[in-house]
Write a protein that binds this ligand. Structure first.
Ligand SMILES: [Fe+2]
Ligand SMILES: [Fe+2]
Length: 279
């Protein structure tokens, strides 16, 4: 196993297990009170990911890599299960089996995509499979730009309709990120010819500007929600959750930028992953 395997694994697991735990909580909030079975399942996943998070906190970079490898495998299984649960819930909603529930289908699909992303990261870490840097840059951006575009849509739809200015701002972000996502997909379909240094660098620059501005908007929204200064049905934890995901995307962009411009260029795997001590 390569250097940094333990640190990278712990960083991914700590970040994403908290995210999975919170998804369980958000899904539960959106179920109807008579959906006791689904509520129980959501509670179960909350406990599973809380325990994974606690375990990750007991390990350190000095932990035996084989212990971490096994831990990643166990986490992979738990993530597969929550992914299946989310897809089941999506099926129920789309078949109109949960009338009156408040989980948007796109939100359920979104959280299942995040589970799938986490699962892939764990598989990559354990297999030591290296994705070439230019591919990692395009793939991660396609994934996260869509996530950001979805967040803007959720914020717009969960704000009270009377918050006209904020809804308008959220809709502008939604449009901006849809455009960035289309651009990213264009670059994706033009590869490998599109994977030149200048094009990838410009791609990252442009995305970074928009992600920073969305991150700041989310921070403001979070503060306003926590202080009860705006009308919405956004849980304060959801506001913080989407803020943290934007911060994560920014960190990834920074690592890619450094590896494109700086030298020596780290192994591709290190840039498609996270710096061990990233905040
Ligand atoms: Fe999430
Ligand atoms: Fe998200």
């Amino acid at each position: 196993m390569s250097d940094g395997f333990v640190a990278r694994s712990l960083d991914e697991v700590l970040f994403w297990s908290r995210i999975m735990k919170e998804h369980s909580f958000f899904l539960k909030l959106g179920f109807r009170c008579e959906d006791t079975q689904l509520i129980q399942e959501a509670n179960h996943f909350y406990a599973v990911f809380e325990s994974i998070e606690h375990r990750a906190n007991t390990y350190s970079i000095g932990t035996d890599p084989y212990t971490i490898r096994r831990f990643n495998e166990e986490t992979f299984v738990a993530v597969s299960h929550i992914w299946a649960f989310k897809r089941k819930v999506l099926g129920l909603i789309l078949a109109c089996q949960l009338p009156g529930g408040t989980n948007f289908p796109l939100l359920v699909d979104h959280v299942s995509r995040e589970a799938n992303y986490f699962r892939n990261r764990l598989a990559e870490l354990n297999s030591g499979k290296l994705e070439p840097l230019p591919d990692a840059i395009i793939d991660e951006n396609v994934f996260f730009l869509r996530i950001m575009a979805d967040h803007a849509k959720f914020i717009s739809h969960l704000l009270d309709p009377s918050e006209r200015k904020l809804v308008e701002q959220a809709n502008d972000f939604s449009h901006d990120f849809d455009q960035l996502l289309f651009q990213a997909r264009d670059l994706e379909s033009m590869r490998p010819q599109s994977q030149t240094g200048p094009l990838l660098d410009q791609f990252l620059d442009q995305n970074k500007v928009s992600v920073k501005s969305l991150r700041d908007f989310k921070r403001t929204a979070r503060e306003l929600i926590e202080a009860c200064r705006i009308k919405s049905i956004i849980h304060p934890l959801l506001a913080d959750h989407v803020f943290r995901e934007a911060e994560r995307f920014l960190l990834i962009i920074d690592l890619f930028e450094k590896s494109l411009t700086g030298h020596p260029v780290p192994a591709p795997h290190e840039v498609s992953s996270f710096a061990p001590n990233a905040p």
